[in-house]
Structures are given as structure tokens and as C-alpha cells.
Design a protein around this ligand. Structure first.
Ligand code: HEC
Length: 295
């Protein structure tokens, strides 16, 4: 009891430690302790990156009521980003940066909305790390991959700082702000990009599909399977559910478009000129352009 009183006394009056030597307040940690969360950040980020160091694995993934797993991920990431904004708001309240008195519920609500935000990132991260893997076909994807790894590092570092207590005043808000910025960056390079990109596909009628007589869709079916198109593309007619490249059923590309893309590659898709014969490329183009979008 006396302990509590002395503590309060010291807090309220600013009496120095020499006056109440019996109950010193736990001192603030020296700045060198910041190395601990920094090491945690580095280790966890690195672990995420190493776990993701593999080629894309094309297995199914749940999609709930979304059109496909990618839209599910974007939806979850958006919820996490919204919760993160709420985190920032309640944190500002906790740090007395808002004009209103802080009610008692702000701290627990801050904690629980943070936990919820983290939960929403988990199914997304699982798909990124264990299905897609670390990738760098374009700046966006590279930045997204790097930020994705850094997110878990920053999260672990921030939790470490909260749990260890007594860091210098600036450390926690800095770590929290960094975590927020990284999450928004991850979200911006994925969900925002996806929502912007999702323009309606060109209607099939606008571009008639001309398939030459010497291109055989039936032969193209096995080319599609053996060349590995299925690991990156969704095409119902081939039973393919890849998520790396565009959904071919939705895109419904013409023969000429598939032919050019398979020959030249680009934008994250490899060229197949060396791997497939010209006849095989014709066949697969005929197969894709005649079956894409079929129910
Ligand atoms: C390693 C993954 C990967 C593989 C394997 C792959 N693609 Fe792609 N594909 C992509 C990506 C990524 C894009 C998007 C490229 C872009 O945006 O420019 C794409 C785009 C396409 C397009 C759209 C072209 C356009 O101009 O809109 C077609 C058609 C296509 N691929 C067909 C195929 C076929 C057929 C195969 C098998 C022979 C194949 N892809 C194999 C990743 C892949």
C-alpha cells in the first residue's frame, strides 16, 4: 500500500529519486535496447522471405463468397488496412494527441482491433508465402514482396516493444507508425492495384477470333497441360486454377493475342519460343482462344 502511495506521490509531484529512494520507478531503458526489436524485425522479415523462396505452387485455395482467391485476399487486406487506420486513430487518442478525453475503453479496443487486423492478414500472408512465393517480375510485385516480409518483421518488433516496456517515449509511436506505413504499402501494391486494374474485359464480339485451319485446339489442350500454363492461369476448359497471370476465362483472348503472348512472353510471363514448336504454339493458341470463357 505504501509503495503505491509513494509511487503516486512521485508521479504527481515530480519528486526525484533521491527523495524516495525506497521505491524507484523503473527507469527508462537506454537507447541501445532498441537493438532488440531491430534484431527481431530483421529475423522475422528474413524468415518470411526464406519461407517464400520457392516457385509458385498452384494448388486450390478457399475463396468464400469472393469471385476468386485473389479477390478474397484483396478483401481481407482491405479490412486489415481499415482496421489499421482505426489503430492509428486510437493510438493517437492513447498518446493524448486528440482533443477529447480518453475513455477507459480506448486501450482495450485498440488492443483488440490490432489483434483482429493481424488475424485478417494471416490467410492473405499464407497464400502469398506458401502458394505464390517471393517474386520480382515487376517493380510492383518486388516492392509488394519486400513489404510483405517487412510487415511481419515490423509486427513482431512492435509487439516486442510493447511487451518489454520502458523504451524511450518515441520508440513505440515510431514502431507503430512504421507498421502502419508498411501495411498500407502492402495493401496499396496489391488490393488497390487489383481494384484499379479490374476493367471489364473486352467483349468477345468486338474482336472476332480467327483461327487458321492448321491450328488444332484438341492438340493444344495437351500442350497447355505440358507447358505449365495451368500453374499460372485459370482456364476452366483445362481444369486450370493458376493465379499468377490473368484469368483466361475472363480475359477471353483471341488466337492472335495468345499466339503473340506465348511466343514473346513479357510482363511476368516467360516466352515459350524455345520450349514449344511453332505448331505447338499455334495449337495452344487455338485451344485457349476457342475454349476461354466456356462454361
Ligand atoms: C510463370 C507464369 C506463367 C506461365 C507458365 C504462363 N503464363 Fe501466361 N501470363 C502470365 C502473366 C504474369 C501474364 C500477364 C502478362 C502481362 O500483364 O503482360 C500472362 C499473360 C498471358 C496472356 C494474356 C496476353 C494478353 O496480351 O493479354 C495469355 C493469353 C497467356 N498468358 C497465355 C499463356 C499460355 C497459353 C501459357 C502456356 C503456354 C502461359 N500463358 C504460361 C504468366 C504465365
Amino acid at each position: 500500500m505504501t509503495f503505491v502511495i509513494v509511487r503516486n506521490l512521485r508521479l504527481d509531484t515530480g519528486v526525484t529519486e533521491s527523495v524516495v529512494p525506497t521505491a524507484p520507478l523503473p527507469a527508462q531503458r537506454p537507447y541501445r535496447w532498441v537493438a532488440v526489436p531491430l534484431v527481431v524485425f530483421a529475423l522475422v522479415s528474413l524468415t518470411a522471405g526464406l519461407l517464400a523462396a520457392h516457385d509458385p505452387r498452384s494448388k486450390g485455395y478457399f475463396r468464400l463468397f469472393f469471385s476468386d482467391p485473389i479477390h478474397l485476399k484483396a478483401g481481407f487486406a482491405t479490412v486489415a488496412a481499415a482496421l489499421a487506420c482505426f489503430q492509428l486513430f486510437t493510438a493517437a487518442w492513447i498518446f493524448k494527441k486528440l482533443p477529447w478525453q480518453k475513455p477507459a475503453w480506448v486501450n482495450p479496443v485498440h488492443r483488440w482491433s490490432g489483434r483482429l487486423a493481424f488475424l485478417f492478414t494471416l490467410p492473405v500472408a499464407y497464400h502469398c508465402i506458401f502458394k505464390l512465393g517471393f517474386q520480382d517480375p515487376s517493380t510492383r510485385v518486388l516492392v509488394h514482396s519486400l513489404l510483405g516480409c517487412a510487415f511481419f518483421g515490423a509486427f513482431a518488433a512492435k509487439v516486442t516493444i510493447v511487451r518489454m516496456h520502458r523504451f524511450p517515449r518515441l520508440v513505440l509511436p515510431l514502431a507503430g507508425g512504421l507498421l502502419f506505413a508498411v501495411l498500407i504499402g502492402v495493401w496499396y501494391t496489391s488490393a488497390v492495384w487489383l481494384y484499379r486494374r479490374a476493367a471489364p474485359p473486352v467483349p468477345a464480339a468486338a474482336a472476332p477470333n480467327v483461327v487458321p485451319a492448321d491450328a488444332h485446339p484438341a492438340a493444344g489442350r495437351s500442350v497447355f497441360a505440358s507447358a505449365g500454363c495451368a500453374s499460372c492461369h485459370t482456364l476452366r476448359a483445362a481444369g486450370a486454377g493458376g493465379q499468377i497471370g490473368p484469368n483466361l476465362d475472363r480475359l477471353r483472348p483471341t488466337y492472335a493475342v495468345v499466339l503473340a503472348k506465348v511466343e514473346n512472353g513479357g510482363g511476368g510471363m516467360p516466352s515459350f519460343r524455345g520450349q514449344l514448336s511453332p505448331q505447338q504454339i499455334k495449337d495452344v493458341a487455338a485451344f485457349v482462344s476457342t475454349t476461354a470463357g466456356a462454361p
